[in-house]
Design a protein around this ligand. Structure first.
Ligand code: NAD
Ligand code: UGA
Length: 432
């Protein structure tokens, strides 16, 4: 199958590499010239576990191409996937569809033969109808089905999720399009292909992300309760998760959810609900409580550190396994501390450069964790990288100025740290 993917970002690039690995001829199209130039030189434009090896393999096999040209990518394609951004509008927070609309308009004239155009970007309900109208306006003769094919991958696990999806949701009434998608995923024997109508498919994506965000907010709310009551949130989450109706995933309390998706998609869902005159207080409360969490974390760190403290931050990405700092709780917490003129040095295994683009030289950056913690008055763990738990904490206890740790991800061994003389505070445990 010839597949064109429009948008070579955190979704488009791993998906393109994945489809090429399945044996398809894949054209990744992006209008960011420097991105395409880098990829054509063999330089990856983002960090994602396991991506590099598959990228190199498929480029070598001649199945993976990068281009800025719509005509080169779309001509003779059986499937065109739209994977451009749908960022929040700065004021209304609704999903901004300008990139989707531009992509639809730009791809339309180049369609040849029967083509399925699939929207993989997360888009408001009814966007499929808009994309269809645009494509028909700019190519009235096109033999095309416009379907919804939402993406459920997680950053950091994008390659794993591509090859092991729990479900593939397809929104279309066209049997021809359904057959093409069945053929595309023919080797995914254990994955449920769920065919629904286009609007249901668009809704499933928002409904899923909003539900997960609510679940995270719930466990963080419970963590606040544990901090007063003396229970331990990790034990509580383990006990809850043993009930299969609740499930043991997405119960890790932390500094609030971040990333380019949950904050954006909960806000877009809330906006959509208002447009339809529906109230969704669960979602609205989740948004408000999650928005308040970085300030709470910042205040805890500052209250442990004292005036003029040197604060060593471990972790800048919004989660482990990625260099993505978009709406990262770590960045938000740092920004809150900077409002109080905090002196911060930070280290992230992958995200120092992404963070530098947001924070500039308002903080210092270290090349490794030991460089960050040297002479620190407090260490704040803000991203759940496994390597932070594996640091030589005995060595660190001899390097810091004061032995204070605020573990916002509950990944360190508090007992060992206390034995080493650290004052250790984490999420969802009563401070000693
Ligand atoms: P991204 O910003 O990383 O990538 C989008 C890319 O599209 C950019 O490289 C941009 O240059 C390109 N682009 C924009 N307009 C274009 C055009 N007209 N022609 C060609 N290229 C164009 O975004 P992302 O994180 O990959 O997200 C894309 C969509 O997928 C969003 O709707 C997002 O909500 C959704 N999504 C993201 C994830 C995730 O983990 N990041 C997971 C599931 C769904
Ligand atoms: C999320 C969803 O998990 C994906 O299914 C979806 O495709 C994607 O959004 C999207 O629509 O773009 P992602 O944002 O990559 O994926 O990352 P998650 O693993 O969901 O984490 C989101 C945030 O929640 C992170 O800040 C993470 O640290 C936090 N989190 C996650 C917790 O605090 N506790 C948990 O137990 C899980």
């Amino acid at each position: 199958m010839k597949i064109a993917i429009i948008g070579t970002g955190y979704v488009g690039l791993p998906s393109g590499v994945g489809f090429a690995e399945l044996g398809n001829d894949v054209y990744c199209i992006d209008n960011n010239v420097s991105k395409i130039n880098m990829l054509n030189k063999g330089i990856l434009t983002l960090y994602e576990n396991g991506l590099e090896e598959l990228f190199r393999h498929n480029v070598k096999e001649g199945r993976l191409h990068f281009t800025t040209s719509m005509s080169e990518g779309i001509k003779d394609a059986d499937l065109v996937i739209i994977a451009v951004g749908t960022p929040p509008h700065p004021i209304t927070k609704e999903a901004d569809l300008q990139y989707i609309e531009a992509a639809a308009q730009e791809l339309a004239p180049h369609l040849t033969g029967y083509t399925v155009v699939a929207t993989k970007s997360t888009v408001p309900v009814g966007t499929g109808d808009k994309v269809e109208a645009i494509i028909r306006k700019f190519n009235s003769k096109a033999d095309v089905d416009i379907i919804s094919l939402p993406e459920f991958l997680r950053e950091g696990f994008a390659i794993y999720d591509f090859f092991n999806p729990e479900r593939i949701v397809v929104g279309t009434d066209s049997e021809r399009a359904r057959q093409l998608i069945r053929d595309l995923y023919v080797s995914f024997k254990n994955t449920k292909l769920l065919f629904v109508n286009r609007k249901s498919s668009e809704t499933i994506k928002y409904a899923s992300n909003a539900f997960l965000a609510i679940k995270l907010n719930y466990i963080n709310e419970m963590a606040n309760f544990c901090e007063k009551s003396g229970a331990d949130i990790d034990e509580v989450a383990e006990g809850m998760g043993l009930d299969s109706r609740i499930g043991n995933k997405f119960l890790k309390a932390g500094p609030g959810y971040g990333g380019s998706c949950f904050p954006k998609d909960t806000n877009a869902m809330s906006y959509m609900a208002r447009q339809y005159g529906v109230t969704m207080p669960l979602i609205d409360t989740t948004i408000a409580e999650n928005d308040a969490r970085p300030a709470l974390m910042a205040q805890r760190i500052l209250s442990m550190a004292g005036n003029d403290a040197k604060i060593a931050v471990l972790g800048l990405a919004f989660k482990n396994g990625t260099d993505d700092c978009r709406t990262s709780p770590a960045i938000q917490i740092i920004e809150k501390m900077l409002e109080k003129k905090a002196n911060i040095i930070a280290y992230d295994p992958q995200a120092n450069i992404s963070a530098l683009k947001i924070l500039g030289n308002k903080i210092a950056y270290a090349d490794d964790a030991y460089g960050a913690v040297k002479d620190a008055d407090i260490i704040a763990v803000l991203t759940e990288w496994k390597e932070f738990a594996e640091l030589d904490w005995q060595k660190i206890s001899g390097m810091v100025k004061q032995k204070n740790i605020m573990d916002c991800r509950n990944i360190l061994d508090g007992n060992t740290l206390k034995e080493l003389g650290f004052k250790y505070r984490c999420i969802g445990q009563k401070p000693e």
